[in-house]
Design a binder for this molecule. Structure first.
Ligand SMILES: NC(=O)c1ccc[n+]([C@@H]2O[C@H](COP(=O)([O-])OP(=O)(O)OC[C@H]3O[C@@H](n4cnc5c(N)ncnc54)[C@H](OP(=O)(O)O)[C@@H]3O)[C@@H](O)[C@H]2O)c1
Length: 286
């Protein structure tokens, strides 16, 4: 695949959750590179306002990723307008935080409906076009929390671990069609992610957990709008990866993510080695 593959012209990006945050910055970086963007989000009015300066190179489409029919309709609208989709960015998502037992079934299901099933709906809607084209790039927004777990984020991390397993398994299924998948694992990035307009906390109060819960929330609140990661730089990095001949399966973004993931991998390797004897003891001697 060459830089502006396959027709050496500008690429067509399809970005979910594009009205703000990381999704907006990825779209902005793609537009700055001369590409066109199908900017999708829950409010078309907001998208139209945000992308007004870019004129015809942006198609704003209403898409709540939890709604399968909307994903199908958005992909159809994108193909009608641009004829192809070169880069899909499954970015839409939010954090359902709080300790596990503070979250009810409904809150957990909503979290999976957006972060996991939303990604599935949109990917299923876009893949047929990419297979026809015999080319495509897919960026799935995971998190450092898709590589290791965090106190107060069990439900959110479960969705991001799901994205990792999904993406890693799908990658070899679609690679024969020239479609490459990259899992994006950002550390803390300065967006509305931890802001009251995005993040949600479980609403059950359990006395046993009071201190741990307050501590976890204080930590997350303390990062709100003070995160070290720059989403504009992440957008530029994805534009670079979209042009890479051999993109990575996983891309960790930010030094916090790099350090945490390397630390976790080393711990995991050490644990497997410490327990190796008992692990291999289950091999059959049939
Ligand atoms: N910022 C970080 O530190 C960080 C770290 C690791 C991973 N991430 C991941 O990066 C992605 C973007 O997060 P962000 O930091 O940019 O947060 P953000 O500023 O809160 O933006 C989240 C975006 O997702 C959209 N969204 C949420 N639910 C949706 C749904 N059901 N359908 C369509 N759009 C929906 C939001 O739309 P509305 O405007 O309509 O609410 C918003 O545009 C998420 O997947 C997040 O998990 C973020």
């Amino acid at each position: 695949m060459s830089a502006k593959d396959p027709q050496n012209g500008p690429r067509i990006w399809f970005v979910t959750g594009a009205a703000r945050g990381i999704g907006f910055e990825i779209a902005r970086a793609a537009l700055a590179a001369g590409d066109s963007v199908v900017a999708t989000g829950r409010s078309r009015e907001r998208l139209e306002a945000v992308y007004a300066p870019y004129g015809e190179r942006v198609l704003a489409v209403e898409l709540d990723v939890a709604e399968e029919a909307q994903a199908e309709a958005a992909a159809t609208a994108a193909l009608e307008r641009f004829g192809r989709i070169d880069v899909l960015v499954n970015n839409a998502g939010y954090g359902q935080l709080g300790l596990f037992e503070e979250n009810g079934a409904g809150e957990i299901e909503r979290q999976f409906a957006t972060n996991v099933f939303g990604t599935f709906h949109v990917t299923r809607a876009v893949l047929p076009a990419m297979r026809r084209q015999r080319s495509g790039r897919i960026f799935n927004l995971s998190s450092v929390g898709g590589a290791l777990g965090f106190v107060g984020a069990s439900v959110y991390c479960a969705t991001k671990f799901a994205i990792e397993g999904f993406s890693e398994s799908l990658a070899p299924e679609v690679e024969p069609f020239g479609i490459h998948i990259t899992i994006v694992e950002p550390g803390f990035f300065r967006t509305d992610f931890l802001d009251g307009s995005s993040v949600r906390y479980g609403d059950r109060t359990i006395a046993d957990y009071a201190a741990l819960s307050a501590d976890a929330k204080r930590t997350y609140d303390g990062h709100n709008h003070r995160q070290a990661g720059d989403p504009a730089k992440l957008g530029a990095a994805l534009v670079e990866l979209a042009a890479a001949e051999e993109p990575p399966l996983r891309y960790a973004a930010g030094s916090d993510a790099v350090d945490a993931i390397l630390g976790s991998l080393a711990e995991r390797q050490g644990e497997i080695e410490r327990w190796r004897q008992l692990s291999v003891a289950t091999d059959g001697t049939f």
